[in-house]
Design a protein around this ligand. Structure first.
Ligand SMILES: [Zn+2]
Length: 165
């Protein structure tokens, strides 16, 4: 059957033929968890010099610390060896450069229908949001003080991380 996924499943067979990640136990071997944006310009492992198996990665639009992100971090800290957490939004993020009305207008134009019911987590002040997000992690009752938590802004034009919190 030929379909939209043919190139990807072919690449997967090639990947599996050279597969070297079997037998991993699923812990974060470098003790790292990263919350970052879904943006395709971000390579969360590569930007930190890490490899598969080293880190837990949680991604969403904007790289926000949502309830699900906190769920992932609690599991990471208590069951998966996470000792360092990086929250990493980035420059030129669509979630931080448009208003809710603008995003709804753009998606509505693409969808050809009213999308006023769809929520988008837009960010008005990226640095303030990052401080809030880091605080959500550090103040969580199930994240112990021994866990290091940092807030960084990733520059998609230079590849550099800038520590904000
Ligand atoms: Zn983004």
């Amino acid at each position: 059957m030929s379909d939209a996924f043919d190139d990807l499943t072919a690449a997967n067979r090639d990947f599996a033929s050279r597969f070297g990640l079997a037998g991993f136990d699923g812990i974060a071997r470098a003790g790292v968890a990263v919350v970052t944006c879904m943006d395709s310009r971000i390579d969360p492992l590569g930007m930190l010099g890490l490899s598969p198996g080293d880190a837990k990665i949680f991604r969403n639009p904007g790289g926000r610390v949502t309830e699900q992100a906190l769920e992932a971090l609690v599991l990471g800290v208590h069951l998966l060896n996470v000792q360092r957490i990086l929250v990493v939004p980035h420059t030129r993020c669509a979630m931080a450069s448009a208003t809710l009305e603008e995003l709804r207008a753009r998606v509505g134009e693409s969808a050809g229908q009213d999308v006023s019911w769809q929520t988008f987590g837009v960010v008005a002040d990226q640095e303030a949001a990052l401080r809030d997000d880091v605080h959500k992690v550090t103040s969580h009752p199930l994240i112990p003080e021994s866990v290091a938590v940092g807030g960084f802004l990733y520059d998609v034009d230079t590849g550099l991380l800038d520590r904000v919190v």
